[in-house]
Write a protein that binds this ligand. Structure first.
Ligand code: SF4
Length: 280
C-alpha cells in the first residue's frame, strides 16, 4: 500500500518542512521579553522548563539567552509557587537590577492555578519591586497553541501593562511584529524609515539575538526603544500588527476585534489623532 504511493524517482521537497519547529508557548514569550530593553524574562515553573526554553533559543540564534526561573520544587508543585516567585523577584532586582521582569507561566504553574497577577501585586505591596521598576506577566499555558501564541500573549501583556495615553500625539507609528526573526525586525524598521515613518517596534529583538561578536558579555543587550518611549502607544498614530497570527487565541474584553483595544484601528495614512474617550 505504502509502496504504491511512493514515487519511483526522488523528488526535491524544497517547499516542505519536515519536523517543523513547534515548541511550547513560554519559548515565544521568552523571545518576546528579550525584545524589551533592560528586561529579564522569568519562567514561573520548574528549572527544567527554563533550561529548555533558553537552550531552544540559544541553539537557534547562537546567542546567550538570559532568563530567571521560579525553580519549583515538589512543595511548590503541590502548594503553589507564590513564595518562590516573590523570593525570585526580590533576588532578581537585588542581583541583576533589570528595569523590568516579564513573567510567563508554564504547564506546571498553569495546572496548579497560580494567580500570578495577585502574586506580583503582593510583591509590589511588600516592597520587593523597587520604585521605577516593573513586573508584569503573561499566561502562557503550554498545552494551548505554540511558541507563536506565546509570543503574541507576551506582546499583548506588555501592551496592556505599559500602554497609556498622554493625550498628546507623538507623531510615531507603532509596529507590532509577529514572531519574526531579529533580522526581519531590522528590515521592518528599514522599510518604515524608507517610507518616512519613525516607527516604534515592540518587541524588538534585533541586535539582541543577532548581535555582532564583540567578545564582551552584556547581560542586557540593547533591545528596541526604552519602555518609556514605547509605553505611550495611545498617543501614536496607530498600532500596526504585522502578522495575522498576532490575534490572541481568545479575544478578551479589552479587544474590539480580537487584536486592538476598543477604538484602535489601522490607518496607514493620515489618521487623525485620537483623543478623549477614543483613547484606550
Ligand atoms: S511543554 Fe510545559 S513542561 Fe514542557 S518545557 Fe514547555 S512549559 Fe515546560
Amino acid at each position: 500500500m505504502l509502496l504504491r504511493h511512493t514515487h519511483k524517482e526522488i523528488l526535491p521537497r524544497k517547499a516542505l518542512t519536515v519536523n517543523p519547529a513547534k515548541t511550547c508557548q513560554p519559548v515565544g514569550a521568552m523571545y518576546a521579553s528579550l525584545g524589551i530593553h533592560n528586561c529579564l524574562p522569568h519562567s514561573h515553573g520548574s528549572q527544567g522548563c527554563c533550561a529548555y526554553h533558553r537552550s531552544a533559543l540559544t541553539r537557534h540564534y547562537r546567542e546567550p539567552v538570559m532568563a530567571a526561573t521560579s525553580s519549583f520544587t515538589e512543595g511548590s508543585s503541590v502548594f503553589g509557587g507564590q513564595a518562590n516567585l516573590i523570593q525570585a523577584i526580590d533576588n532578581i532586582f537585588t542581583t541583576y537590577d533589570p528595569d523590568i521582569i516579564a513573567v510567563h507561566t508554564t504547564c506546571l504553574s498553569e495546572t496548579i492555578g497560580d494567580d500570578v497577577y495577585q502574586i506580583t501585586n503582593k510583591a509590589v505591596k511588600e516592597g520587593k519591586v523597587p520604585p521605577g521598576k516593573h513586573v508584569f506577566h503573561a499566561n502562557t499555558p503550554s498545552y494551548v497553541g505554540s511558541h507563536v501564541t506565546g509570543f503574541a500573549n507576551m506582546t499583548k501583556a506588555m501592551a496592556l501593562y505599559f500602554s497609556k495615553s498622554t493625550g498628546v500625539h507623538n507623531g510615531r507609528f507603532n509596529i507590532i511584529p509577529g514572531y519574526v526573526e531579529p533580522s526581519d525586525m531590522t528590515e521592518i524598521k528599514r522599510i518604515a524609515m524608507e517610507m518616512g515613518i519613525r516607527p516604534i517596534v515592540f518587541p524588538d529583538t534585533s541586535d539582541v539575538l543577532n548581535g555582532p561578536m564583540t567578545g564582551k558579555y552584556k547581560m542586557f543587550p540593547r533591545a528596541g526603544p526604552p519602555w518609556r518611549i514605547w509605553s505611550a502607544p495611545g498617543t501614536a498614530w496607530a498600532p500596526l500588527p504585522w502578522a495575522p497570527w498576532h490575534q490572541p487565541m481568545r479575544p478578551g474584553p479589552w479587544t474590539a476585534n480580537g487584536m486592538f483595544p476598543a477604538g484602535w484601528r489601522i490607518c496607514p495614512s493620515g489618521c487623525p489623532p485620537r483623543t478623549g474617550s477614543s483613547m484606550p
